[in-house]
Design a protein around this ligand. Sequence first.
Ligand code: SAM
Ligand code: SF4
Length: 333
Amino acid sequence: MGELNYTLRDRYHRTIDYLRISVTDRCNLRCLYCMPERGPDARGRDDLLGFDQIERIVRTALDLGIKKIKITGGEPLLRKGLVQLVERLAALKRVADLSLTTNGVLLRHYARDLARAGLHRVNISLDTLDPSKYRFLTGCDALPQVLEGLDRAVDVGLTPVKINAVVVRGINDDEIEDLVRLTLDRPLHVRFIELMPLGNKEFWRPERFLPGDEVKRRCKSLGRLLPLEGTSNSPARPYRLAGAKGVIGFINPVSSPFCEDCNRLRLSCNGRLRPCLYSDVEVDLRKALFNGNRSQAGLADLIYLAAGLKPLGHQMEVKTEKSSRCAMWQLGG
Ligand code: SAM
Ligand code: SF4
């Protein structure tokens, strides 16, 4: 298809330029809101997409107009050879933004190599700065390692380092101010995410939900919140606490869905493309990857199809019982 500059649009005229790629559904943590206690089954071992296939999909997606790639999981740093995958995707040059979302536990080991391989930046999921609460929320005593990984990421220039914190009423909402203070002296981005009724269904309860507006009100107790220019299609509304070096953001998928600006497609680790996180509709790319069909056109058609299937919006509600069959740890959020 050459290097023409296409724009991929869905039927509601939204530009689709962002692909999130899950490279594994395994994880070394068990975040209460995300993973069921027993974690993923053996799926993902024998039907996992290889790096050649991922690269083919990314090349085709870039031809169609995708510009931003996020590597996610499960925990992406558990995927063997991930640095090589980053190197391959970075070498494609046309990726305007190549980022990784990680729980940060292993980041101290990989940050330098990832930066050398061409990764632009990382998002680190971190909901608490309290070691015992961290253990309670994730099932693991790994807070010091995560904080070390965060420092390493800043040192090697994987910036801006964005910290994603899911706020759960009654568990970590007393730490909102402490998390905001991380932005005072360093140019970190702290983004508060509303708890969604996705992932571990046993954990979700409406009483645990704290709307982003309430989180924002709590942030204001620390000083003036200055609104900043947002990046197009970013779901986070950015602010700076007066005098702070970093940025605070609020991602409110439940109380204030950003569907009308949704620009993303999600690839599962076994080759299924999801037009919407909150819908079970998916397009199986393996048909074009494995069934003797090696043509780029077949793959492009399926990516078009997935973009065309993007719904106008989701009905994620606080009181909902509905949940997508595919959980966050399978799709990477
Ligand atoms: N393991 C990596 C991590 O934790 O960053 C990548 C995958 S994880 C599924 C991606 C993001 O989804 C994390 O920031 C996590 O907090 C978020 N997440 C998972 N379940 C969620 C839920 N029920 N509500 C809101 N965010 C959720
Ligand atoms: Fe693992 Fe990320 Fe889910 Fe936590 S949020 S269990 S780190 S996949």
